[in-house]
Design a protein around this ligand. Structure first.
Ligand code: E4P
Length: 217
């Protein structure tokens, strides 16, 4: 399973990239606004930090303008993936961009039928939003399960990019179900490594090692 980080904070991306565990980055207009930076500049900056796929979302809602914006975005760097909303214009743009060889990420997916349409439009990635479904008392993880079955039934190449991840359990369950990618906020991504018994065990080993008076180097 690939790990993407869901942020436009370049310092966070740099720190996670240094671990060698990062496979890409997703952004959205809200994350860009939070960064306080110019959209195209920050995407260019992120694409220099990582060779992985970097999703940059169009702001237009009509097909013609989406295509124009997509051409601007993909010219920023080879690893830009154009993110498109799950609307008919978005899917039409997805089909067109796919035929031009541009990678796409169809976002704001909340149903299996929407995911089916995105796969038919040739999307590189589909982004089902788990957390936002959980927020309204629906089962976000069930959506990932349904999409996995549908994509496997028909051999669609579209990768399931589990998004709107809020907890470490969302990551674990996505992996168990077989999502291809998870995109995770930096703090949640860092928290995956935490276990109190690891900390306790390491403290004990270090204290016992000190008692030996030895040194490996
Ligand atoms: C995915 O591409 C989105 O940027 C993101 O995962 C949305 O997450 P949120 O629901 O926590 O805003």
């Amino acid at each position: 399973m690939k790990f993407f980080v869901d942020t436009a904070d370049t310092a966070e991306i740099q720190e996670l990239e240094a671990t060698g565990l990062l496979d890409g980055v997703t952004t959205n207009p809200s994350l860009i606004a939070k960064s306080g930076k110019n959209f195209k500049d920050v995407i260019a900056e992120i694409c220099k930090i990582t060779n992985g796929d970097v999703s940059a979302e169009v702001a237009a809602t009509d097909f013609d303008t989406m295509i124009k914006e997509a051409h601007v975005l993909r010219a920023i760097a080879d690893n830009v993936v154009v993110k498109l909303p799950l609307t008919f214009d978005g899917l039409k743009a997805c089909k067109q961009l796919t035929s031009e060889g541009t990678k796409t990420n169809v976002t704001l997916c909340f149903s299996a039928n929407q995911a089916l349409l995105a796969a038919k439009a040739g999307a590189t990635y589909i982004s089902p939003f788990i957390g936002r479904l959980d927020d309204i008392n629906l089962d976000g993880m069930e959506l990932i399960r349904e999409i996995r079955v549908i994509y496997d039934n028909y051999g669609f190449d579209t990768e399931i990019l589990a998004a709107s991840i809020r907890t470490p359990n969302h990551v674990k369950d996505s992996a168990i179900i077989g999502a291809d990618v998870v995109t995770v906020p930096p703090a949640t991504l860092k928290s995956l490594i935490k276990h109190p018994l690891t900390d306790k065990g390491l403290d004990a080993f270090l204290s016992d090692w000190a008692k030996t008076g030895q040194s490996i180097l």
